[in-house]
Design a protein around this ligand. Structure first.
Ligand code: ADP
Ligand code: MG
Length: 697
């Protein structure tokens, strides 16, 4: 076992390394940039680049890469070696400030949503000093932003950084109104819990659907899935435990504080949570976590499935985005303290967030809108597709009291006494857990639970930050010049809660009554992602993003187009994979078995005479023939529907065609094939079963 404190962060060019390796003035100037977001000087960058290179080379690195987050769901990198010829057939290892600060690459093969004509292929990557560089696979990774020749953001990180600045600026204005002028930055912090499935590689390799789409497109549920609730927090199998240990070590080396791991609800489903950090770093780290889960799994003969719904009929995977606000002086602005009722500043921030979620429900929904996540949201295992806020009994009572102008006394913390003397007593949490709420207050943070497991969490945080910054700005505008801040803030809190109470829901989000109740309250309910996507360019939302400088109208329109296209592409690949598997694997397997049955029937008839003895074979053959014909015909229709959808010139019309015409045929095809699977002997079925995949890791 390695010495954890010693290996922790050993592959990261972090503060300790900078302090040790950079001249004092350079170190100071760089940390100033990191803390304030101010632009760095090229002469400083030269010194930093050289120190980074020396450090990386000592650790065995030969290359560097500008690592960025294009508008796909994965990260991108292009590796350059440090070598530089010096004549006489010799080379030295070199890395300049210019190379550190800026990279130039051909952006034409990344999605741009019309932001860039193919002829203007140039794209730039620019160093984000607020996220540490690190070494992986003998390469120095430099976190960067990615923009087009015209300066439009082609990535998820640029708007994220802008949204973090917007929150900081507006929150500081509110703090100043309350007389707090010591804070110079308000940061949003995020802790992302990541769920995933592990499958034995042998089974994975035999499933084209997993290979092409990340989820199973066919398959009957196993007799035993999650009914016995014996997987959640269950003991880890040796192989899984070994995998998790190695994963932790890899993450620790990269300075990622992997903290919690456990088995999840569904068989072969697991979760990992690191300790929260500043949002942009949390986003980078989550992307590394996802990549490392996949890499380390391979070393153990496993494949990690990060898809939101790898298997029908059992729980899918999500990501809980725990979000909070804190000052650089160490104060958590969402911490209510002992007496929330008299904590006006806390209540002001809280009501601002409630208003932000209500006003921008649509944007939160968009941030979780992907084809994969459509299988989860609203499916009784994840939050519903309706956005609401959970506050817990205590705060909800307080809200009621404020709105109704009745008295409220802060609750004394209750102590739990189990009546077992040897068990120490402990204090109750002030909020119980509510697993069904999409946006739940959990003590001193909000937990946004709609995000899909394979998504980049940047978009969700861009939405939350921007919406919240907007309301902070409105509040700061309203309260500026107030002669009695306590009084005026209280009035604002009351009016805000009155106006936005409808978004607060403490009940069971899985109940069939909730959508009806939500409709009465006038809350949005976008059942599928395509229904929600156009919200991103609604007039009020364009005004929101442009007025805070987070995204321009063209940047928003580009994202809308990319999200629609991404949806269409995913469904298109799934449809094509289904057709392919049906015609090349499933129908031949059915025919094979039917052939066997026919031979058996013939033999029986030859020996025993008459039809009586072959009646079983006849029945199975008849059933399978009907199903195989249905599968064949549906596959044909599916193929035609997919190509019709693909040929729609308008990206929205195309996406809706996939949703309305293609998906229903995919469902019919699956029904026929799954029914056939239940009649064909396992030895003849070409695909590993759900039981094998989920229970035999
Ligand atoms: P659970 O959701 O299962 O109760 P925890 O409460 O332990 O789990 O926290 C889950 C995640 O929330 C972890 O990543 C943790 O670091 C993060 N978290 C805890 N406090 C905060 C906070 N103030 N701001 C943001 N994230 C936080
Ligand atoms: Mg959680």
């Amino acid at each position: 076992m390695s010495n954890i404190p010693e290996i922790f962060g050993c592959m990261v060019f972090n503060d300790a390394v900078m302090r040790q390796r950079l001249p004092k003035d350079v170190y100071k100037s760089l940390t100033y940039t990191i803390q304030t977001g101010k632009t760095i000087d090229v002469s400083i960058a030269n010194v930093v680049a050289n120190a980074m290179k020396d450090w990386a080379v000592e650790k065995g690195a030969t290359h560097y890469t500008h690592w960025f987050q294009p508008l796909t769901s994965v990260t991108a990198e292009k590796h350059d070696s440090f070598i530089s010829p010096i004549g006489g057939d010799k080379v030295v290892m070199e890395f300049s400030g210019k190379e550190l600060i800026k990279g130039e690459s051909d952006a034409s093969s990344f999605p741009s949503g019309g932001l860039r004509e193919t002829c203007n292929a140039r794209g730039y990557t620019a160093w984000d000093p607020s996220s540490y560089a690190f070494i992986k696979d003998k390469t120095l990774y430099i976190p960067t932003v990615f923009c087009s020749y015209t300066g439009d953001a082609l990535d998820t990180k640029t708007p994220l950084l802008r949204s973090m600045d917007a929150v900081s600026e507006q929150a500081l204005r509110i703090l100043a109104l309350f007389g707090d002028d010591t804070a110079t930055r308000v940061s949003t912090s995020v802790g992302a819990e990541q769920e995933y499935f592990l499958i034995n590689k042998e089974y994975y390799d035999r499933r084209d659907d997993l290979l092409y789409t990340g989820r199973t497109l066919f398959g009957n549920p196993a007799p035993k899935t999650q009914q016995l609730e014996d997987h959640y927090y269950g003991p880890l199998k040796t192989k899984i435990s070994e995998f998790m240990h190695e994963l932790d070590e890899e993450l620790w080396k990269l300075g990622i504080t992997s903290k919690t791991k456990h088995n999840e609800v569904a068989p072969s489903q697991h979760e990992l949570a690191p300790i929260y950090v500043t949002t942009n770093v949390a986003v980078d780290q989550n992307l590394i976590v996802m990549e490392m889960i996949k890499k380390v799994a391979e070393r153990h003969g496993l494949v990690a499935l990060l898809h939101e719904k790898p298997y029908a009929g059992i729980n899918g995977s999500g990501k809980h985005n725990n979000w909070s606000l804190s000052t650089d002086t160490g104060k958590n602005l969402l911490s209510a303290g002992k007496n929330p009722a008299s904590n006006t500043q806390f209540l002001l921030f809280l009501s601002a967030i409630i208003k932000a979620v209500d006003d921008y429900q649509d944007l939160l929904r968009v941030s979780a809108a992907t084809a994969g996540n459509d299988h989860r949201l609203g499916a009784d295992e994840a939050p519903p597709a309706i956005v609401s806020v959970f506050l817990g009994d205590e705060l909800e009572e307080l809200v009621e009291a404020i709105v109704g102008e009745t008295n409220y006394t802060d609750k004394a913390r209750r102590t739990m006494d189990l009546g077992v003397p040897s068990v120490p007593t402990f204090r109750y949490d002030s909020t119980d857990r509510n697993r069904t709420s999409p946006f739940a207050f959990t003590g001193n943070k909000f937990e946004f639970r709609m995000v899909g497991s394979s998504q980049n969490i940047a978009l969700a945080n861009i939405m939350i930050n921007t919406a919240v910054a907007k309301v902070f700005r409105d509040f700061a505008d309203t309260l500026t010049g107030s002669a009695n801040i306590e009084k005026d803030a209280k009035k604002l809190i009351k009016n805000t809660l009155k106006a936005h109470k409808r978004i607060i829901f403490n009940g069971n989000g899985y109940s069939s009554k909730w959508p009806e109740e939500a409709e009465r309250r006038g809350l949005l309910n976008f059942k599928t992602s395509v229904d929600s996507l156009s919200s991103i360019t609604a007039e009020k939302n364009i005004a929101l993003f442009t007025s805070l400088g987070v995204m321009s109208e063209v940047e928003l329109r580009a994202r809308e187009e990319i999200m629609f296209e991404n949806y269409s592409n995913i469904i298109d690949i799934e449809a094509k994979t289904m057709v392919d598997m049906t015609n090349k694997k499933i129908i031949p397997a059915i025919e094979n078995y039917v052939g066997e049955l026919t031979r058996t029937a013939k033999d029986k008839q030859a020996i025993f005479g008459g039809n009586l003895h072959s009646s079983l074979e006849r029945r199975i053959i008849a059933d399978l023939s009907i199903l195989a014909t249905e599968a064949f015909e549906t596959a044909d229709k599916l193929k035609a529907a997919a190509s019709a959808a693909e040929n729609e010139p308008d990206f929205k019309v195309s996406a809706f065609a996939y949703k309305e015409k293609v998906i229903p045929l995919m469902n019919s095809l699956r029904r026929a094939v799954d029914a056939a699977e239940s009649l064909v002997p396992s030895a003849l079925w070409p695909l590993p079963s759900y039981g094998e995949m989920t229970l035999k890791q």
